[in-house]
Design a protein around this ligand. Structure first.
Ligand SMILES: CC(C)(COP(=O)(O)OP(=O)(O)OC[C@H]1O[C@@H](n2cnc3c(N)ncnc32)[C@H](O)[C@@H]1OP(=O)(O)O)[C@@H](O)C(=O)NCCC(=O)NCCS
Length: 145
């Protein structure tokens, strides 16, 4: 079995695989679908995934900001592959990309239900809980230096 971690661009075959995974893991369970405005945001972003024999098993998206803070979003691991350290490997590799590109902080809107995942990676909760996609979230961030 071959495993490959790689970045890819909007509207590539890898992007469409990632979008399917994001739909399955992040949107369908909430009874939601991506809106055109949400997908528009993907155009300028860095997309990152782990592929097993060419099939995506985990992905995330990085949104660049001008203030030195990179946003990590859309973190999804195929359900049969969850709990095996894959999400952590992907997030840590994404932090390395951000750092190499001069970013000092990674932040995310973490689902409250997944906040332990980010706490274990060294992220801190900033401020109060808020609602996004109808479920509770925290702003969480980690200094990359
Ligand atoms: C959350 C998610 C990305 C984590 O990826 P993963 O590969 O399953 O996580 P890992 O195996 O790397 O877990 C690392 C640690 O975080 C913990 N963890 C993982 N997912 C967790 C969750 N949803 N809630 C609480 N803790 C979690 C693990 O137990 C593990 O702890 P340990 O080191 O003490 O064993 C993945 O489970 C997923 O896609 N979940 C559904 C979608 C989702 O919630 N995405 C995040 C949106 S903010």
């Amino acid at each position: 079995m071959s495993r490959e971690l790689k970045t890819f661009s909007y509207d590539t075959p890898e992007y469409h695989q990632a979008l399917q995974l994001r739909n399955k893991i992040l949107r369908n369970p909430l009874g939601l679908q991506f809106t055109e405005a949400e997908l528009k945001k993907d155009e300028q972003d860095i997309h990152f995934g782990l592929f097993e024999d060419g099939k995506i098993i985990a992905c995330l998206t990085l949104t660049e900001n001008k203030n030195g803070m990179m946003k990590m979003r859309q973190v999804a691991v195929e359900d049969t592959a969850q709990g095996k350290g894959i999400g952590s490997v992907l997030a840590i590799a994404a932090e390395k990309i951000a750092k190499e590109n001069g970013y000092h902080t990674m932040f995310c809107h973490a689902r409250k239900a997944a906040s332990d995942f980010y706490l274990k990676l060294g992220y801190n909760i900033i401020g109060d809980e808020f609602t996004e996609v109808n479920i509770p979230h925290y702003l969480m961030e980690k200094k990359l230096i």
